[in-house]
Design a protein. Sequence first.
Length: 148
Amino acid sequence: MSHMEDLINGLMGQDDKKAYECLKKLEEISNHASTIYRFFDIFVEMLDSDNSYIRTRGLLLIAVNTRWDADNKIDEIIDKYLKCINDERPITARQCIKALPSIVKYKPDLKKDIENALRSANLSKYKENMQHLIVKDIQKTLDDIGNL
């Protein structure tokens, strides 16, 4: 197995610390080269995980690899991605929201869909203090997207 495949497999492991280290290495690689993009479909599958940490890792890797998306795969799964704005776990929702500007940066044609999803987010399932944080995240993301 290649080093890259070890990192990908490490994303789904039981050891959250190791999985986080794999995520950070894969994000760093993705910031400089397209070598991780070939695993895009695996990141999409991660969005269906019962484990919120795995969903979050998938979200983040999809976002960082949007810059390499010559096949327009993000366009095909954007609705699925945007459902994570309302993830059952508020931390996953927040990570999704914060990653959206990097998608818009490389896929400006998705801007309206993303803005609409942010504006129609249903935050009622979250505790009040978490709702407040998510509202702030949404506003910051809308501002960031508006400046792109």
